[in-house]
Design a binder for this molecule. Structure first.
Ligand code: ADP
Ligand code: ADP
Length: 225
């Protein structure tokens, strides 16, 4: 089963002057791919991701995630936004455990998992720190741990490193690639940076604006380290 199947998907925002943000998007995204969604500002990349995440309703066509029609946030989907949205009053471990609590699972069963994730992103010493004590890059890494903690089959990232400086962004991209090598979950990664899209993606979906259309899907079959 494809991780994401879109059939002629369109999205018009409500209101008299509601923007047609997506039009005629048709694609099959196979499981286990790292898919970059590339295009200029305003071409509907975020809208597409938010529809896949069940945070927006599509207004035409059909959208399936893991074989089921999207109706509200689906199970098994993790999301990282441009700004990390960590809760300031919870320490890093407790922030990472939020999806576990939402899923009504036992946090104590996830101790090893959280340790492993913290280790993976170089935050082992910061589990008991509070978000304000961390740099921007470290906060974003914590947000990635949070998105991964409950083993999502689909990881959605909307310009997750857009607010970081170029050096830290490169570092984060490298780490993200390493994490993906280990987890091999399906990733949809939104960016307006061509080099980032091509460096990270197995597949690059190119959107064009007004209204957002899928112009091209490029598969990059480079051997991975
Ligand atoms: P991108 O992520 O590629 O920058 P977006 O999906 O954010 O593009 O936006 C696509 C179009 O939809 C833009 O014209 C934007 O102004 C419009 N749009 C985005 N979000 C909303 C919203 N919540 N309400 C109305 N219009 C929106
Ligand atoms: P930035 O996002 O500000 O560019 P990074 O996330 O790349 O910074 O952090 C660089 C390194 O600096 C971190 O791996 C960490 O070792 C150290 N560091 C940054 N902020 C702190 C902090 N508040 N406390 C301790 N070490 C920190």
């Amino acid at each position: 089963v494809a991780a994401v199947q879109a059939r002629n998907v369109s999205k018009q925002y409500p209101g008299a002057r509601g923007v047609q943000a997506l039009s005629g998007i048709t694609t099959d995204i196979p499981a286990g791919r790292f898919v970059s969604i590339l295009g200029p500002s305003g071409c509907g990349k975020s809208t597409f991701l938010r529809c896949v995440a069940g945070l927006e309703n599509i207004t035409g066509g059909e959208l399936l995630v893991n074989g089921s029609k999207v109706q509200g946030p689906p199970d098994g989907v993790g999301m990282v936004f441009q700004r990390d949205a960590l809760l300031e009053w919870r320490n890093i471990r407790k922030n990472i455990l939020l999806p576990v609590e939402f899923a009504k699972k036992r946090p104590q069963d996830y101790t090893d998992k959280v340790n492993h994730l913290l280790d993976l992103v170089g935050l082992s010493d910061f589990g008991h720190s509070y978000p304000r004590e961390l740099s921007g890059g470290m906060r974003q890494r914590a947000a990635i741990c949070r998105a991964l903690v409950d083993d999502p089959s689909l990881l959605l990232m909307d310009e997750p490193f857009g607010a970081l400086d170029a050096f830290t962004r490169d570092q984060m991209n490298f780490e993200l690639q390493r994490i993906w090598m280990e987890t091999k979950n399906t990733v949809l990664f939104v960016t307006h940076g061509i080099s980032e899209a091509v460096y990270l993606g197995d597949v690059v979906m190119v959107f064009s604006p007004r209204p957002g259309r899928l112009m091209e899907t490029i598969t990059i079959d480079l051997p991975r380290p």
